[in-house]
Design a protein around this ligand. Structure first.
Ligand code: MTE
Length: 317
């Protein structure tokens, strides 16, 4: 066991509050030694066997070229702040992200509340260039900076009874207008994975993108990224991770169970009740530009299809 609970840490080892102010510095320092981990057909990606076979996309010209950061920062889904794509860019700047800790509880040997800085000190940050496909049928390519969620879970030692993982986002109604109005979803935002999905090496916790810390509107300081699932599974601003015996009720499934299932694996053959999922608009492309054909599991099937070999994918959505 490497990380410790707040109470178990001797005073001399507790993160100095001043260090919170330096999260960008800590992340930058970790980035300086970072290895490029996933994504395009670079020599460094191939040097790491775990990532050597990542898909290249299905269009001729299409290597995973990152979408311009300005587009990503200004087209966000962050319902605690706004129901449109633009307003979270400014409203989210009021979010308090220092200090930040994550409570880990449930079916684990080592539950506790861990400061983000203490978590990061025990992780190797890598760049993961992933295609990110929203359930609304648009997609982008993002060079995330993060580490496998499984590495953190291993440190807290899941019990054999842990079958699901529940994630809860921050609740800050003072600065999150839609929480204040109690609008649309039940707050805070909740998501979940099966334990084997959570332990899969493609599932990451991201703290940055484009070589810097995450913009607040994109989920700072800590968000989930599960590249073979629709984007709403990739919960932002995580404050709690619980290991459970039963599947959690997630925000979108609770809101519209016939539209947003627990699995929500990207599948062009299963239409959303109100629109097709067979193709997607690339973020930044013109409205009438040719669309990209959506791939099963977003193109990551080689890595993840075996997780679902006993399921009829037409019925699990
Ligand atoms: N996490 C929280 N806490 N609140 C949200 O509204 N929206 C989800 C997901 N994570 C959301 C969230 C949806 S619908 C999508 S598509 C992605 O975040 C969008 O990520 P992005 O805004 O960084 O592109």
């Amino acid at each position: 066991m490497i990380i410790k609970t707040k109470t178990a840490i001797p005073a001399s080892e507790i993160t100095d509050p001043l260090i919170f102010k330096d999260r960008r510095k800590i992340i930058k320092a970790l980035l300086a030694t970072m290895v490029t981990g996933a994504g395009i057909s670079s020599a460094s990606a191939n040097a790491n066997p775990a990532w050597a076979n990542l898909p290249q996309g299905n269009a001729d010209t299409e290597l995973l070229t990152p979408t311009p950061i300005e587009l990503i920062k200004n087209y966000t889904n962050y319902y605690e702040f706004a129901f449109n794509k633009q307003d979270a860019g400014s409203l989210a700047q009021n979010l308090r992200t220092d200090p930040w800790s994550v409570e880990i509880s449930g079916e684990v040997e080592k539950p506790g509340t861990y400061y983000l800085e203490d978590i990061l000190r025990r992780q190797t940050l890598q760049e993961y260039v992933y295609r990110f496909r929203c359930v609304e049928a648009w997609s982008m390519v993002v060079p995330w900076i993060g580490f496998p969620l499984g590495n953190l879970l291993t440190l807290v030692k899941p019990l054999s009874t842990a079958r699901f993982v529940k994630f809860t986002a921050t609740y800050q109604p003072e600065v999150m207008p839609r929480q204040r109005n109690n609008a649309m979803l039940h707050w805070p935002y909740v998501e979940g994975l099966r334990i084997d999905e959570a332990m899969h090496p493609l599932t990451i916790l991201a703290v940055g993108m484009y070589g810097d810390i995450l913009p607040k509107q994109n989920g700072a300081p800590l968000r989930l990224v599960v590249p073979w699932k629709y984007g709403f599974k990739s919960i932002k601003a995580i404050v709690k991770i619980e290991l459970l015996q039963k599947p959690p009720i997630t925000s979108w499934t609770q809101f519209a169970p016939n539209e947003y299932g627990f699995y929500s694996n990207i599948n062009p053959a299963v239409a959303h009740p109100r629109w097709s999922q067979s193709s997607e608009r690339l973020l930044g492309s013109r409205f009438f530009s040719p669309r990209r054909q959506t791939e099963l599991f977003n193109g990551y099937g080689e890595q993840v299809a075996s997780l679902y070999s006993d399921m009829d994918l037409r019925h699990f959505f």
